[in-house]
Design a protein around this ligand. Structure first.
Ligand SMILES: *Cc1c(COP(=O)(O)O)cnc(C)c1O
Length: 259
């Protein structure tokens, strides 16, 4: 079936995460790097949460992650996330964060199973989510996605539109705005990446002034290649996939358009 291509519920062992022990070591190494980065920046490491990202990761490894203590996983694509939430439904307290751009026709799925949605950038999607959440009698933690790099190809709102957009979310009673999310510039030169994170920190200060902004304290930013810099600049959630689960077979262009 074509549509199972991304889901990889039974994939071959992936390089860098062949056994539960390796997964635990990877996790511990990432957690140690988080602590070190926070301390370098004079921050309390407890302020920084790790969100492991399990896209393309098969069910066996998801269960290893659960056994290692993981209770929230990030997924880019809604169908893949929902499918995995179904096959792991026996793990009652495993929750899912959808972190990828959402078409409004998929919002009903997110309303059904997700605990968090990190990539809100359109009112239309907020409207559909609100309606479906009411039907499901659920609530959803949401973050606004910001295009902090200014790359045309990236999803998310331009920084200048974020505060206004956040203010428009006030009437949506089923959506709880918890903060801002970004994918920074994709560059090996981390000093080029850093300004993206700085913009985010400044935007959060502006948000805190809003009626619905006082709870919007989270900054979801930083991935395998740049999470330490993100922490230095104020990240409270880092979304890390490959450094935990091993190299991914699909290129990033499958998830967001190339820069
Ligand atoms: C895949 C993904 C990540 C994690 O990327 P890694 O390189 O695997 O750490 C973070 N954020 C989003 C939105 C993603 O899709």
């Amino acid at each position: 079936m074509e549509s199972t291509r991304d889901i990889s519920v039974s994939a071959p062992p992936r390089e860098g995460c062949e056994t539960p022990e390796v997964l635990r070591e990877n996790l511990a190494a990432v957690q140690a790097r988080i602590v070190a980065a926070a301390e370098r920046a004079g921050r309390d490491p407890a302020e920084v949460k790790l969100l492991p990202v399990s896209k393309t990761v098969d069910e066996a490894r998801i269960r290893w992650a659960y056994d290692a203590g993981i209770r929230l996983l990030g997924e880019n694509k809604v169908q893949e996330a929902e499918r995995k939430s179904e096959v792991t439904a026996d793990l009652g307290d495993l929750r899912w964060a959808v972190i990828g751009n959402l078409q409004s026709n998929k919002a009903k799925n997110v309303a059904r199973f997700a605990a968090e949605f990190h990539a809100l950038d359109r009112l239309k999607v907020a409207e559909v989510l609100e309606r479906r959440l009411e039907l499901e009698d659920r609530r959803l933690d949401v973050m606004i996605q910001v295009n902090s790099s200014g790359e045309e190809s990236k999803f998310g709102l331009p920084p200048g539109d974020v505060v206004d957009f956040a203010a428009r979310l006030v009437p949506f009673e089923r959506l709880r705005l918890t903060g801002l999310m970004t994918l920074a510039l994709n560059s090996p030169d981390l000093e080029q990446v850093r300004p993206c994170f700085v913009i985010m920190r400044q935007l959060r200060e502006e948000l805190l002034e809003l009626e619905n902004g006082s709870g919007a304290t989270e900054l979801s930013m930083g991935m395998s290649g740049d999470f330490e810099v993100a922490i230095e600049e104020g990240a409270t959630v880092v979304r890390v996939g490959q450094a935990i689960f091993g190299a991914r077979p699909t290129p990033d262009s499958h998830y967001w358009p190339p820069g």
